[in-house]
Design a protein around this ligand. Structure first.
Ligand code: FEO
Ligand code: CA
Ligand code: CA
Length: 727
């Protein structure tokens, strides 16, 4: 099995025994209609209803009146499903490649050679692997963040993981029980984040500015500090940081976020890829330790898929084992697992700034961090997902109230807004209401008397956010992937990519199985044919869905909300109780993953699909969504009642592009003027091998019959006539 397959499966699942939402009755919210979002709303009403003019101060991310309703109509020909080794875009659009794995971002290193001979050290100055979450920050002439600038910016890209078998090495991974040190070192530097300056030339296309002073790599070895309530916590202490205030590296950075003050948030998801634990380690620890490690998927004796800890006794490698070998935590890396799973803030405008792990936002398989539109005088609100089967959706509310004067205040603003606040977890009730449950030490039974886990302090609650959320009875979701907040009405969306653990409602769950509930309602079986001709049957919720919610009342800090299911992914022609959103050939899809609202309010939906790849490569759709409550009650396959949004039509959801072979489309950003789109292809050709590659993308985009190694890359989409994208 290749490394990424283990990663993709997100095998670690929540074993706790929460009550399910349909066991509990909740009072129905009065569904206030204060926010009249969606198509057809006038710009005046939008700006008036949310005070959005205050967002981001003078350098505002606010849609201007001309960017709102008038432009929100899909205006391109749907791209047909296909299995070509190309990014296919609509007629009248064009694609160029911005950067790919191994491209040097400074001068002094050779170009990528297609043979894996680049040195490990050079990856500190090359684009990393596994392009994922991404954000574009407009760059002003004075070097500051300008949210309205479209022709020059800084592009931050997550490099989630090393893609086997093509990646970095001359002949793929060297086999053997122990990894080769030089290979592991290269992998460590190929993870993390890249920051590069991008600039338009004569048209709307963009190129990387090689050698720019802003260009920077942050890797799995870069020093970073902890901040917030868990800083200095005993469970963060290591040989490297005996006081628990710093660590090295950010790892397996999946989705992302951004702040209104102009910083990037990168989120640590499948860090279990690189952290192992020795056998017979439980006996060397106390009960709390063992409970925590097991809940986060790290039982004793678990080897990490990447086996970085086997490459040698040097600290660079040995620190990837979360095992007790010394007398105290200051003498080993028993706590290294607790150094990951965080939300990390990076100031892309200051190339010497030290990234900060913001512990107040909690620790889990951090998929991403999506801010609600900032409103002067209200808290900063960030939605987050924990991507594993049966895990949760979280919300952070800052203590400090937003002041537009903090735009461009960098990590100092981060400290102000992200180090103090309240973390909540979502509970979805069957009647379309929901509650944000507070994860605060000393409240709701989260204290040292807790029988499951004796929470010592707020740092302990945050390090063990999953255990706290279990105890409060949060709703187990079908793998929360990306979120996005509609800038036109403040409603939040989150993809639930799929879940094979949902079972027939009539059956009795065992182990990690779950019965469907209203927010994760589908149970059915779907058979499809693999590329090799074999067939496979997926059960549960194989295609996933997209949930959305609206906070109760005018404040995003509300503790109650209303929800519905915006879209059920399905194949065109599936039975009506599976294809609940009425998808057709122009907009059917599977396994929604990446999600992004551009500043105009257009929604972009990306797929990471293993259940529809017999028909099509992964894709991205454009959508003009309505609002919570625009549909009605429905009964999903398997018989569970739910609440769905209005059916999709070709005018509300339409396929915009299809990616190359064996890839995932992930990460998208659109410039404020809507004319340049950045989009990522991750792991093209992942089902092939070096001997028999299944893709040659990105080279295949321009060279028919190319035999170059496939690489993860960022590509740029523009309209040939220079117009705005999607409309
Ligand atoms: Fe890295 Fe949740 O996908
Ligand atoms: Ca993802
Ligand atoms: Ca994914």
């Amino acid at each position: 099995m290749s490394l990424q397959n283990e990663y993709d499966d997100n095998e670690i699942v929540n074993p706790s025994n929460n009550l399910h939402m349909n066991d509990i009755l909740a009072a129905r919210l009065s569904r206030r209609q204060a926010l009249q979002g969606g198509v057809g709303v006038t710009a005046t009403a939008l700006l008036g209803s949310l005070s959005l003019a205050a967002c981001g101060g003078s350098s505002s991310a606010t849609p201007t009146p001309t960017q709102t309703a008038a432009l929100l109509a899909l205006g391109f020909s749907a791209v047909a499903k296909n299995k070509n080794d190309l990014v296919t875009v609509p007629d009248g659009y064009q694609v160029s490649i911005l950067h790919a794995l191994g491209d040097p971002i400074h001068y002094g290193d050779e170009s990528w050679k297609n043979n894996g001979t680049e040195t490990a050290d050079s990856y500190n100055r090359r684009i990393g692997d596994g392009h994922d979450g991404m954000y574009y920050f407009g760059l002003a002439e004075d070097g500051k963040f300008d949210a309205n600038r479209s022709d020059r910016g800084l592009l931050c890209v997550n490099h989630e993981y090393v893609v086997q078998p093509y990646g970095l090495h001359p002949t793929g991974l060297t086999a053997g029980a122990a990894r080769v040190a030089s290979e592991v070192e290269k992998e460590i530097y190929a993870h993390g984040v890249s920051v590069v300056e991008v600039k338009r030339g004569t048209g709307m296309d963009m190129a990387m500015v090689r050698g720019s002073k802003y260009n920077r790599r942050i890797t799995s070895a870069t020093e970073m500090v902890f901040s917030g309530p868990a800083k200095g916590n005993d469970f963060l202490k290591t040989k490297y940081s005996t006081d628990g205030t710093k660590t090295r590296g950010t790892n397996n950075n999946c989705a992302n976020g951004y702040t209104p003050w102009g910083t990037y948030l990168t989120c640590e998801e499948n860090w279990l890829n690189v952290v192992g634990r020795a056998a017979a380690d439980d006996a060397k620890r106390d009960t709390k330790d063992v409970v925590s490690l097991k809940r986060y998927g790290l039982p004793e004796g678990r080897k990490s898929p990447y086996l970085w800890d086997t490459a040698g006794t040097e600290d660079l490698f040995a620190r990837w084992t979360s095992s007790v070998v010394g007398a105290t935590a200051a003498e080993d890396y028993r706590n290294i697992a607790n150094n990951f799973g965080w939300n990390v803030e990076i100031d892309p405008f200051n190339n010497t700034s030290v990234p900060v792990k913001r512990t107040a936002l909690g620790r889990f398989n951090h998929e991403g961090a999506w801010p609600a539109p900032a409103v002067v005088g209200q808290p900063i609100v960030i939605y987050q997902g924990d991507d594993a089967r049966n895990e949760y959706i979280y919300k952070f509310v800052s203590k400090a109230l937003w002041s537009a004067s903090d735009v461009n205040a960098g990590l100092a603003a981060g400290a102000k807004y992200l180090d103090e606040g309240t973390l909540y977890v979502a509970k979805f009730n069957a009647d379309g209401t929901g509650t944000w449950l507070e994860l605060t030490h000393g409240k709701n039974g989260l204290d040292s008397t807790n029988a499951t886990y004796a929470f010592a302090n707020q740092g302990d609650v945050l390090i063990n956010a999953r255990l706290a959320a279990d105890f409060l009875g949060a709703t187990k979701m079908d793998r929360p992937e990306w979120g996005a907040v509609n800038p036109l009405n403040g409603e939040a969306y989150m993809t639930l990519t799929n879940n094979s653990n949902r079972i027939d409602p009539a059956a009795t769950p065992t182990g990690v199985q779950l019965k469907p509930d209203a927010a994760n309602p589908r149970y059915y079986s779907d058979t499809y044919t693999n590329t090799d001709g074999t067939t496979k049957s997926n059960k549960g919720n194989p295609h996933g869905h997209i949930i959305r919610w609206k906070e109760d009342g005018a404040s995003v800090a509300a503790t109650k909300f209303a929800w519905d299911i915006y879209l059920f992914a399905a194949e065109d022609g599936a039975p009506a109780d599976v294809n609940l959103s009425g998808l057709t050939a122009v907009n059917d899809f599977s396994s929604p993953d990446g999600l992004y609202f551009d500043q105009r309010g257009m929604l972009w939906i990306q797929t990471d699909d293993g259940a529809y790849t017999d028909v099509t490569n992964c894709m991205m759709l454009a959508a003009v969504p309505g609002k919570v409550g625009d549909g009605g009650k429905a009964t999903a396959a398997g018989g569970t009642a739910t609440i769905k949004g209005a059916n999709a039509t070709p005018n509300s959801v339409r396929r915009f592009l299809v990616g190359p072979k064996d890839c995932e489309i992930t990460g998208v950003a659109v410039t404020p003027d809507g004319k340049t789109m950045f989009c990522n292809v991750q792991h093209p050709g992942e089902n092939g091998s070096l001997a028999a590659p299944s893709s040659a993308w990105p080279d295949s985009q321009t060279v028919a019959g190319s035999t170059k190694r496939p690489r993860s890359a960022t590509f740029v989409v523009t309209r040939k006539d220079g117009g705005a994208i999607g409309v």
